[in-house]
Design a protein around this ligand. Sequence first.
Ligand code: COA
Length: 214
Amino acid sequence: MDLHYYNLWSHDFMRIQMLSDLVNGKDAVSFASLEEALRRGIDQGLNCNYVVYDKSPDQNKLVGFRLTYAPGMWEPTKYHSPDKWKVDPIRVCRFNSVAVHPDYRLRGIGRQLMEKSIETAKQLGAKAGVTHVWMESPDNSAYEYWARLGGELVRIWPNKWAEEYKERKVICAADGENCACTGAEMILYFRETDPEAKVNYIPIKGGPIGPYKG
Ligand SMILES: CC(C)(COP(=O)(O)OP(=O)(O)OC[C@H]1O[C@@H](n2cnc3c(N)ncnc32)[C@H](O)[C@@H]1OP(=O)(O)O)[C@@H](O)C(=O)NCCC(=O)NCCS
């Protein structure tokens, strides 16, 4: 493995869509949503979106991506609860979509992608980041990942993607045409910048995370 991390750019779109089709379901990430990620993820010349490539001679392929809207570049939707967040919503970035290729999981790539997005979002004034965790992800990986990074559960949204996916005719990797997946709204509060700190968010303490029991 020879991993290289870069900011997202339009030349990555095709590869991201192929990886997302495999992981999240067909068309869950579209070119339109990637263009929106660029529009909302960049502020003051800083891009909060990241991709990672394996540049080994026998590979040279995109193996992960992290899409993140910059603080102040998006507005909470009906599936957000800003009244429950402990920081000003204008200081919250939105972690939109993340995927790591199945062959590359559990090697710290998802964590690295998150750290890079956080570092950039903090430079733009972010104090926290919010997401909707896909509760039906393979091996419960999304919830385990978010919980391990220190994310706090805000609220459960049943059928989070049903309306949007029906309209966009997305074939969900878990449910097919009639997606009924649950989104767990989770928030991650960031540390103040400390050059000595190994992590930029507040990591969870204690032992292994069990499966989510809603
Ligand atoms: C979620 C996902 C991005 C994690 O990527 P990854 O590169 O495997 O994550 P990392 O190796 O950086 O793991 C980060 C932490 O989460 C934990 N974790 C990740 N997946 C886990 C799993 N399936 N079970 C238990 N813990 C898990 C790791 O142990 C690690 O904790 P540690 O650093 O304290 O040991 C990846 O599993 C994925 O693409 N899943 C499918 C798509 C998806 O669910 N996206 C999220 C939608 S909300």
